[in-house]
Design a binder for this molecule. Structure first.
Ligand code: XIL
Length: 357
């Protein structure tokens, strides 16, 4: 047991004695006792809202900018870097003793027009990308502890997706499989040798052709000494019959390769009735899914962080990105009231206090 874990445990003792049951602490207190980071994606403009920042600081020990460190925010204009929004998040995190996870440096989405529509040669594009990775990672060195270097490179059949970075025109490795991804990780390690480097992927949480492709790439990278430290599993869940067993299996096989696993973008979207209301039994199913995901992570010491994609239903990408009539995906409702899913996560974290000790 580390000193900070011991201190957290001691601070929970009065609660334990008073209630005689699981402690009703915050998520971050319970997570610290379980040796886990519990994070959430954040939007800088919402930090000025008291309920938003109070809930965030009280419940989480890690934040990730939802959009504030992406190309379209940092590189709105060609030739200039704008770190204002990301810096705001870093300041908040420092003031509240939270870690910052960076997201993301190589992705085929959320890029500015000058980049996606321009006609670069592969050599020019390689230079633009190397400079971007180096400048942003150096700016945040010592403040952002882990980065999603490459995001969503595979399709559902496990093939590399066409993208500006791979083959349209690519950075000089089109036709060479994952070599462009390898190059990005090498540039990232050079830029900030202290950062933990992640590959982040969507719908590769269970056992399927896409997660097989990710697994094969990580295995190859580890065997050849390519610098990679972790895999992020997004976990945007929209099925209420979600089965967490393949997730546990996938976490186990990835960590056996010697990389950490982070759950990076967890949310569980629910169907909305015509009035916008959510059925109460759906809230219960949602709570069970959150609990099962937490359990799958806590069960494996290689799974070191669970992060949700926002925390209040007031600010969520679900509903704004053609998810149809869906919503209510997060732990707190629109007025920051904890939902059954919150209680389930807190309970699961509390029951796993001191895992592995
Ligand atoms: C989403 C954000 O939540 C939105 O605000 C933005 O408009 C588009 O991107 N996978 C990812 C995230 O890796 O960056 C995406 O975030 C959600 C899917």
């Amino acid at each position: 047991m580390t000193r900070s874990q011991l201190l957290t445990l001691l601070s929970l003792l009065p609660l334990l004695l008073a209630t005689g049951s699981a402690p009703q602490a915050s998520l971050r207190q319970a997570a610290a006792a379980a040796g886990l980071l519990v994070g959430t994606a954040v939007r800088p403009y919402a930090l000025s809202e008291a309920a938003y920042s109070e809930t965030l600081g009280r419940e989480f020990n890690m934040v990730e900018p939802e959009d504030a460190m992406k190309w379209w925010t940092v590189r709105r204009n060609e030739g200039a870097f704008d770190f204002q929004q990301g810096d705001q998040i870093v300041r908040f995190a420092r003031a509240h003793d939270m870690k910052v996870r960076g997201h993301c440096l190589v992705w085929d989405h959320d890029n500015p027009k000058w980049l996606s529509a321009a006609k670069f040669t592969p050599q020019q594009l390689a230079h633009v990308l190397q400079e971007h990775i180096a400048t942003e990672m150096k700016h945040y060195a010592g403040q952002v502890f882990a980065w999603d270097i490459v995001n969503e490179a595979f399709d559902e059949r496990g093939r590399l997706k066409d993208s500006i970075w791979f083959n349209q025109p690519g950075i000089g490795f089109s036709g060479e499989g994952t070599a462009y991804i390898e190059q990005a990780f090498r540039w990232a390690r050079d830029a900030d040798p202290g950062a933990v480097l992640f590959y982040n992927e969507a719908e590769a949480e269970g056992m399927n052709p896409k997660s097989d492709a990710v697994y094969a790439m990580i295995k190859d990278f580890k065997q050849r000494g390519v610098p990679i430290d972790g895999v992020g599993l997004q976990l945007h869940i929209s099925r209420l019959d979600f089965d967490a067993r393949p997730l546990a299996k996938n976490i186990a096989r990835l960590s056996a390769l010697g990389v950490q696993v982070h759950i990076t973008e967890l949310d569980v979207s629910l169907p909305l009735e015509a009035t916008g209301a959510i059925r109460s039994d759906d809230l219960q199913h949602q709570a069970d899914i959150y609990r099962n995901v937490l359990h799958a992570c806590l069960q494996n010491p290689g799974c070191t962080a669970v992060q949700t994609w926002g925390f209040t239903d007031k600010y969520s990408w679900i509903g704004s990105h053609s998810h149809g009539a869906r919503g209510g995906a997060l732990l707190f409702d629109k007025s920051y009231k904890p939902k059954p899913a919150y209680a389930a996560v807190l309970e699961e974290l509390s029951s796993q206090a001191m895992r592995g000790h």
